[in-house]
Design a protein around this ligand. Structure first.
Ligand SMILES: O=C(O)[C@H](O)COP(=O)(O)O
Length: 226
C-alpha cells in the first residue's frame, strides 16, 4: 500500500547547471577553413606565423556561425592576431554590433620551420618527424617550434585574462585548433592532444572560475551540418 504524499514534505528536483558566481562563460570557436597551402606560394607571415585568409568554405562557415549565434547574447568577442579568426568573427560581430578585441596569447602554436603551410605538407606526406610529433603529442618536435610548456602557459594566461575581464559574462573567442586542444587539455588534465582536431567552425565551451575550468562542450558542429 502506498502512503499518500504529504503536501508539507519538501521535494528536491535535480539541479540544472549554473555557472558559479564570478565565472566567465567562454565559447571557443575554431575559425573557418583557411586557404589551401601551396608549396610555390607560402602563406604570408605575421610575427613569423602563417596567416592565410579564409577559403570560400570558411566564409560560408563564418556565415553559419553568425546565423546560429546571431540572436544570442554575448558581452564580448575576441579574435587573435591571425586574420582567419577575424574573418570568421566578422559576420557575427556585425549582427551583434560588437567590435572584436584581440587576444594575442590565443594565437596558434608557433611551428618554427614548418610555418607558412609546411606543417600541412609534412603531415600529408607522413614525414617521419610529423609522425613523431603525433605519436609523442608534442608540437616541439617540429624544428624551431615553440616549446609545448611555453605554449600551454601563454594559452592559460590568455584564458585567465579574458576570464578576469569578464566575470559573470558570456564571451565568444575565435581561435585555433591547437589552442582549443590546449585549453581543454588544461581544463581536464588530459593527454596533450586528446582534444586536438576540433572542426573548422566548431564550438567548444569552458566555464572558467579561477583555477576551476568546467568543460561544457566540445566540437559542436550542428550549425554546419544542417
Ligand atoms: O592546418 C593548419 O594550418 C594548422 O593545423 C593550423 O590550424 P589552425 O588553422 O586552426 O590555426
Amino acid at each position: 500500500m502506498t502512503m499518500p504524499e504529504d503536501p508539507a514534505e519538501p521535494e528536491y528536483r535535480q539541479r540544472r547547471f549554473t555557472a558559479p558566481p564570478g565565472a566567465a562563460d567562454l565559447l571557443l570557436i575554431r575559425h573557418g577553413e583557411s586557404a589551401p597551402a601551396r608549396p610555390s606560394k607560402p602563406f604570408p607571415l605575421v610575427d613569423g606565423q602563417g596567416d592565410p585568409e579564409l577559403a570560400p568554405e570558411g566564409l560560408v562557415q563564418a556565415d553559419l556561425i553568425a546565423r546560429r549565434l546571431g540572436e544570442e547574447h554575448f558581452d564580448a568577442l575576441y579574435v587573435t592576431t591571425l586574420r582567419r579568426t577575424a574573418q570568421t568573427a566578422a559576420p557575427l560581430a556585425e549582427r551583434l554590433g560588437l567590435t572584436p578585441r584581440v587576444c594575442p596569447e590565443l594565437r596558434e602554436i608557433f611551428l618554427g620551420e614548418w610555418e607558412g603551410g609546411v606543417f600541412r605538407q609534412k603531415v600529408a606526406d607522413r614525414d617521419p618527424l610529423a609522425e613523431k610529433l603525433w605519436a609523442e603529442e608534442r608540437w616541439g618536435v617540429a624544428p624551431g617550434a615553440e616549446d609545448d610548456e611555453v605554449f600551454a602557459a601563454r594559452v592559460r594566461a590568455g584564458i585567465e585574462r579574458i576570464a578576469a575581464d569578464h566575470a559573470d559574462q558570456r564571451v565568444a573567442v575565435f581561435t585555433h585548433g591547437g589552442v582549443i586542444g590546449q585549453v581543454l587539455a588544461l581544463a581536464t588534465r588530459s593527454r596533450p592532444f586528446a582534444f586536438v582536431g576540433a572542426d573548422n567552425g566548431s564550438f567548444s565551451q569552458v566555464v572558467v572560475h579561477g583555477p576551476q575550468w568546467i568543460v561544457r562542450g566540445y566540437n559542436d558542429i550542428a550549425h554546419l551540418t544542417t
